[in-house]
Design a protein around this ligand. Structure first.
Ligand SMILES: Cc1cc2nc3c(=O)[nH]c(=O)nc-3n(C[C@H](O)[C@H](O)[C@H](O)COP(=O)(O)OP(=O)(O)OC[C@H]3O[C@@H](n4cnc5c(N)ncnc54)[C@H](O)[C@@H]3O)c2cc1C
Length: 408
């Protein structure tokens, strides 16, 4: 990195705060890139989040066609990205070391427990035998993060949705105003019901409609896919739209029995749907139903870098050393897309940091533009899904349906 304004030359040291999936992937990528030493900070002692997540196939795409295979996403990609940008991303994927690339391919085959992704990445980093990654256990406070940033260091915030540094990237606020650097759109409140099912099973839009035929109010809308380790087992994630009042009255996590006792109408929609799957395919639910209630938010950091600090040229460490947000700390989206976007951002950032001759201001501009394009892409996809869900929920009520249609 060439010297810019008051920024010293890059020392090679990168602080990555947060060893969730995205911080770990970025660490593994930088670990195998010459000239980097990484300090990886994590507050959790163990990886216990067993919820199943789905990685998009575009993460392992080897051509433009395979990159844009999702029919909703494909058109958005064409609208937002230049073909050369996609080609660069594909070329980067092809440069990923085999040990890591094999893991990505495996996870992209089906639903996978989040902690299996985290543990595999963590083990891979430890087992590579390289000495350029240092683990630092414990909570990093904002003041610690600012104090440990020495001239020439790079700091990456991978601390997730409640980002440690997002609000601190605006130099004018002191103390920073909460969410001043965040655009947040609440799409809906929902319960997310997940379970494993003992049969290979698929559910298209007509299946979603007919299995909800008697669910007049609460509709159970599933995403179904195989699990990554066994093509004969399906993972079902059902979303049921709930009101703000329902949301406020529910605990963060609960099981099917709690739902049946406390929200029988919501539970009935779920149970009717599941019974119909069983009648049709004669399979069984494996294990328990797991239910969380969450606000489905779509958000982005207005600044995903410390570019504003560079502009004020002060004595603050953020004016001297670059800070980047990556993963859920930069962009968050519902409908099972966030990790994939976070992984792709990590790949892009690793590629950018490796270009040592790039002036910092240009690097900031490139990263901001990239995250903004990813935002446009996921915004369009999420709005489309939400709109389609809204129409689906009133498809038998023409007046309500017409109310939601805007033609010209
Ligand atoms: C019910 C549910 C289902 C989901 N399903 C999917 C799905 O199917 N597909 C998908 O793509 N996404 C899914 N997601 C979203 C996905 O889990 C997140 O996008 C992903 O975990 C974000 O990864 P991350 O590394 O950016 O952040 P996180 O996973 O939040 O990791 C952040 C890490 O930073 C650490 N940390 C935080 N603060 C500090 C600090 N101050 N000091 C030290 N360490 C710190 C945390 O302990 C954590 O390990 C789902 C989310 C939910 C809630």
């Amino acid at each position: 990195m060439t010297q810019q304004l008051n920024t010293p030359p890059f020392s090679g040291r990168v602080h990555i705060i947060g060893a969730g999936p995205v911080g770990l992937l970025l660490t593994a990528l930088l670990q195998s890139t010459e000239g980097f030493t990484v300090r990886l900070y994590e507050k959790r002692r163990e990886y216990t989040r067993a919820r199943m997540v789905h990685l998009a196939s575009f993460l392992v795409a080897d051509s433009l066609e395979s990159y844009r295979v999702d029919h909703i996403d494909g058109e958005n990609i064409d609208a937002v990205f230049e073909p050369a940008e996609i080609d660069d991303g594909i070329a980067f994927r092809q440069s990923i070391p085999t040990d890591l690339s094999m893991l990505l391919h495996r996870w992209a085959t089906g639903f996978c427990p989040l902690n299996a992704i985290e543990s595999s990445l963590s083990d891979l980093i430890d087992e590579r035998g390289a000495h350029n990654v240092e683990r630092v256990p414990g909570i990093v406070e904002t003041k610690d993060a600012i104090a440990m940033l020495e001239p020439g260091d790079i700091m990456i915030d991978a601390t997730g949705a409640r980002s440690l540094l997002r609000d601190h990237l605006l130099p004018t606020q002191s103390p920073p105003e909460t969410d001043a650097n965040t655009v947040n759109i609440r799409l809906e409140y929902a319960i997310v019901v997940t379970f494993l099912y003992s049969q290979a099973y698929d559910c298209n839009e007509s299946c979603k409609y007919y299995k909800n035929a008697e669910n007049t109010h609460y509709k159970f809308i599933p995403a179904v896919g195989r699990v990554y380790y066994d093509g004969a087992v399906s993972h079902v994630t059902g979303i049921v739209n709930i009101t703000a009042e329902d949301y406020a009255a529910m605990p963060a996590k609960f099981d099917g029995e709690w739902l049946r006792a406390n929200f029988p109408h919501v539970a009935q929609s779920m149970d009717r749907f599941i019974d119909k799957i069983k009648d049709e395919t004669h399979g069984e639910i494996l294990g328990d139903l797991e239910i969380v209630r969450i606000p489905l938010n779509l958000y982005r950091a207005r600044n995903a870098t410390s570019r504003q600090w560079l502009a004020v040229n002060s004595e603050h460490p953020f004016s001297r050393s670059p800070v980047f947000l990556v993963g859920d700390s930069a962009i968050g989206s519902p409908y099972f897309q966030s990790i994939s976007l976070g992984f792709e951002c990590a790949m892009y950032l690793a590629g950018l940091l490796a270009r040592r001759d790039m002036p910092l201001r240009v690097m900031f501009d490139e990263y901001e533009l990239y995250t903004y394009k990813q935002w446009l892409r996921v915004y369009m996809r999420s709005k489309m899904i939400k709109h389609n869900k809204d129409l689906f929920e009133c498809v038998d009520d023409p007046a309500a349906l017409l109310e939601k249609l805007h033609i010209y």
